[in-house]
Design a protein around this ligand. Structure first.
Ligand code: NAD
Length: 401
């Protein structure tokens, strides 16, 4: 079929298989010349949330950088009834094909990572193919909902401030229209549910299950991703409902480190990453405007990074540098350092206060944001002929559909 982008709100409902392959190829190509030799790199890596964004880049760096075997878990939709698959599905197809060509073990599990069923399937695969010895687990889920595996409760996460309503501005990335946003504060129930979806409980369930079944290497490391961001997004992010969930994730990291230390020399880390364009961040009010101003400033400064650049630094400068992992006062890994640099943040605050519909294109990299957004779904990639019909049904080699 002929595949064109179909945008609905902050999501694109179509994806292009060749473009998604170009995306994966371009991240692999970046590794050449940018990834220094790693000290004691991981060999068997489980990535939970492996098909897009930070999780996909983590899987790429683990496989093509560290030459690790990888198992990726994600929740994506295959093509059906003249509907394309999701981008994460096509990314996984491309990742597995390219990994196999490079002689790297790569298998994927598609389904709800929150469920006991998918955990059992993944652990069975790890036992069967690897006999255990998982030495890195990346936890990179971003989801609006979770069905609790023990209680059956259906939980939803919301992006709301806590305690008081929030008035700010945001941009419609597609139309470039600047508008005011007013968001009412969350109630206790919404906070509880957001923490249940995006907090640490499910991460703990994964590590507990791997540990109970003796599938972890003695020095296993696990990393979950977080975001803090600038004060101007604090009401809606760091101090809002999602921020509460991230604090719960941080608390879980300490608990998991204790557990991993009891049975070996492992550790659980939170890595605070840079704000950038992914399917998850596009959904957060205010954040796309902040990110498009940030992109403009960081590109001008020559410090702009995407997911792959971030994860290369996570592996080479933080986790596998041969030095103790550098942590901030709160015990977190920081790879958002360039975003949070005082000169960048001072400038953003200044621009934030004066940005209006007339000067928006001077201060914000809307075109850059849009291009990255399209590219997430396999569009706007050079070298792909979007005028040609293409087969939308693609199989992930390790998955029977
Ligand atoms: P993303 O939307 O690109 O990726 C989410 C991944 O989770 C996908 O692989 C998807 O298939 C998977 N997933 C979602 N629900 C699932 C389920 N029920 N079962 C199995 N897999 C499921 O998101 P992202 O932006 O890469 O975010 C990943 C993590 O990084 C999140 O914790 C996020 O808070 C954090 N982070 C994001 C940013 C940012 O700006 N995007 C910045 C810092 C930290």
């Amino acid at each position: 079929m002929l595949i064109t982008p179909k945008i609905r709100g902050f999501i694109c409902t179509t994806a292009h298989p060749q473009g998604c392959r170009r995306h994966v190829e371009s991240e692999i190509a970046y590794l050449k010349g940018h990834l220094p030799a790693l000290k004691n790199p991981p060999k068997k890596v489980l990535v939970i949330g492996a098909s897009t964004g930070y999780g996909l880049s983590s899987r790429i760096v683990a496989a093509f950088g560290a030459k690790a075997q990888t198992i990726g878990v994600s929740f994506e939709r295959p093509a059906a009834d003249r509907r394309t698959a999701t981008a994460g599905w096509y990314n996984t197809v491309a990742f597995e094909e390219l990994a196999t060509e490079a002689g790297l073990y790569a298998k994927s599990i598609n389904g709800d990572a929150y469920s006991d069923e998918i955990k059992t399937q993944t652990l069975d695969l790890i036992r069967r193919d690897w006999g255990g010895e998982v030495d890195l687990i990346i936890y990179s889920l971003a989801s609006p909902r979770r069905m609790h595996p023990k209680t059956g409760e259906s939980l939803n996460s919301v992006l709301k401030p806590i305690g008081q309503s929030f008035a700010g501005k945001t941009v419609n990335i597609m139309s470039g229209e600047l508008s005011a946003v007013n968001i009412e504060p969350a109630d206790e129930e919404e906070i509880r549910q957001t923490v249940a979806v995006m907090g640490g409980e499910d991460w703990k369930f994964w590590i507990d299950a791997l540990s109970e079944q003796k599938l972890l290497a003695k020095d296993a490391v696990t990393v979950a991703y977080s975001y803090i961001g600038p004060e101007l997004t604090f009401p809606i992010y760091h101090e809002g409902t999602i921020g509460q969930a991230k604090k719960d994730l941080e608390k879980t990291a300490f608990e998991l480190t204790e557990k991993l230390q009891q049975q070996g020399n492992g550790a659980a880390y939170i890595s605070v990453n840079k704000g950038l364009v992914t399917q998850a961040s596009a959904a957060i009010p205010v954040v796309p405007l902040y990110i498009s101003i940030l992109y403009k400033l960081m590109k001008a400064q020559g410090t702009h990074e995407g997911c792959i650049e971030q994860i290369v630094r996570l592996f080479s400068d933080r986790l596998y540098s041969g030095q103790p992992v550098p942590l901030d006062k709160g015990g977190r890994i920081r790879i958002d350092d360039l975003e949070m640099a005082p000169e960048i943040q001072t400038k953003i605050t200044e621009l934030w206060n004066i940005v209006n519909p007339d000067n928006l294109s001077d201060y914000a990299d809307l075109a850059g944001y849009q291009e990255e957004f399209y590219r997430l779904f396999g569009f706007a990639w050079p070298g792909v002929d979007y005028e040609l019909e293409t087969e939308e049904k693609r199989a992930i080699p390790s998955i029977d559909v």
